[in-house]
Design a protein around this ligand. Structure first.
Ligand code: V47
Ligand code: SF4
Length: 375
């Protein structure tokens, strides 16, 4: 729908005058305030928010829907932290713990030599004994086997620990990792920035200021990063808007966030299992408000293994233009938390079909969003 059509619909609709006023701000290409974002969350119905989010999505990315050919490596689930929402972390030697050596990982990587993947995504637990050089060497060895691969690795929380363990400042640690071959940083570890909520769900984790600082320093040295938000647990709409606002402010300064990923809290096998998961309407609304509020983020990602293929298709009408990658059944983290896809793997053609079924244009991309193939 174009601007004129939306303006006409708004004229006829029963939407309140205060929401209409904010909608006109969005249509005029202006930024909405945190209070206005909050009002959207609280009072905006799904059709209204979806219409505006889709307008922004198409203005920024047309019908293009991005994905890549990627694998995940989860080197270990041994972790020094005890985040209440986490379903996969274990103590050292605890039943169910895993710890892949550098050689184990390189063997896996060798199996993908001819698979045409363009990205290795590495995220895992914060292992007490592994430092920056262990992981740096891992990146270097991976790139010897797959020289053209982008390595997008380690949440800011993992980075914080490994950099300090090796005695570097954040700046020098990131420089060192860049030298080893780190190309980009994923969006995890952000959870919810609000200090009171963070204390209740992941007290031991690097704090919000540090998460933002690590991403800022990475941006300053030319390393692009993603940003996530874990929602649907004990936070409320104000906490979500505060989270989005802190990201928007940093993006105003650096411009190096590539995509924003709302991560729906899944409640299996963790210490927050008593919390009911959010509904489909709530999930779509969250994508829509994120798309509208984060006017300086180029992309909004729906992580398909977490929410499933059909919800991913729906999300493409609520602001989402990026659906992660082929994955090749290489992640356990989310299946342990009860995600939709227990063995996530899709061939490029299957992803393209999913996207085309909802009249969007599939675009295979690399980690930096350069288009590799338009379908
Ligand atoms: O920070 C952990 C989340 C994140 C649960 O950058 C959970 O492209 C829901 O970094 N329910 C790590 N979420 C994941 C991550 C990521 C994932 C996909 C794409 C990208 C990207 C990055 O996983 C953690 C936490 O927020 N998580 N447990 C759970 N029970
Ligand atoms: Fe550790 Fe990450 Fe799980 Fe927290 S979410 S316990 S930091 S693995």
């Amino acid at each position: 729908m174009n601007k004129k059509q939306i303006q006409n619909i708004l004229k006829e609709s029963s939407v309140s005058e205060e929401l209409k006023h904010i909608a006109h701000t969005v249509l005029a290409g202006k930024r909405i305030s945190p209070d206005e974002g909050l009002l959207f969350y609280k009072k905006g119905d799904l059709g209204f928010l979806g219409m505006l989010a889709n307008y922004i999505r198409e203005k920024k990315n047309k019908s293009n829907t991005y994905f890549n050919k990627n694998i995940h490596i989860e080197p270990t689930n041994i972790c020094i932290n005890h985040c209440k929402f986490c379903s996969y972390s274990r103590r050292q030697n605890e039943a169910g713990s895993w710890e892949l050596s550098c050689d184990d990982i390189l063997k896996k990587i060798t199996g993908y030599k001819d698979a045409g993947i363009t990205e290795v995504h590495i995220v895992g637990g914060v292992h007490p004994d592994r430092d920056l050089h262990f992981y740096g060497n891992l990146i270097r060895q991976i790139k010897k086997i797959l020289p053209h691969i982008y390595v997008k690795a380690f949440t800011a929380v993992e980075l914080d620990y490994m950099i300090k363990k090796s005695g570097y400042t954040i700046e020098n640690g990131l420089k060192k990792l860049k030298g080893y071959g780190l190309d980009a940083i994923p969006g995890g570890g952000a959870e919810i920035f609000d200090e009171k909520i963070r204390k209740q769900i992941c007290d031991e984790k690097s704090d919000s200021g540090l998460w933002l600082k690590i991403h800022e320093k990475a941006h300053q040295m030319g390393i692009p990063t993603n940003a996530a938000m874990l929602y649907g647990h004990i936070e409320n709409y104000s906490h979500r808007i505060d989270h989005l606002d802190r990201l928007r402010k940093l993006q105003d300064i650096t411009g190096m966030f590539q995509t924003f990923i709302p991560l729906k809290f899944r409640n299996k096998n963790n210490n927050l299992s008593h919390i009911k998961e959010t509904t489909l309407v709530e999930d779509l609304k969250n994508y829509a408000v994120s798309r509208i509020f984060l006017d300086n983020f180029p992309h909004i990602k729906a992580y398909w293994p977490m929410i499933g293929k059909e919800v991913t298709q729906l999300s493409l009408s609520y602001g989402v233009d990026d659906i992660d990658g082929t994955i090749e059944d290489t992640t356990k983290i989310y299946s342990m938390a009860g995600s939709e896809e227990q063995k996530p793997a899709l061939a490029c053609d299957e992803i393209a079909t999913l996207i085309k079924q909802v009249n969007r244009k599939p675009m295979e991309r690399d980690t930096l969003y350069n288009v590799i193939r338009a379908y």
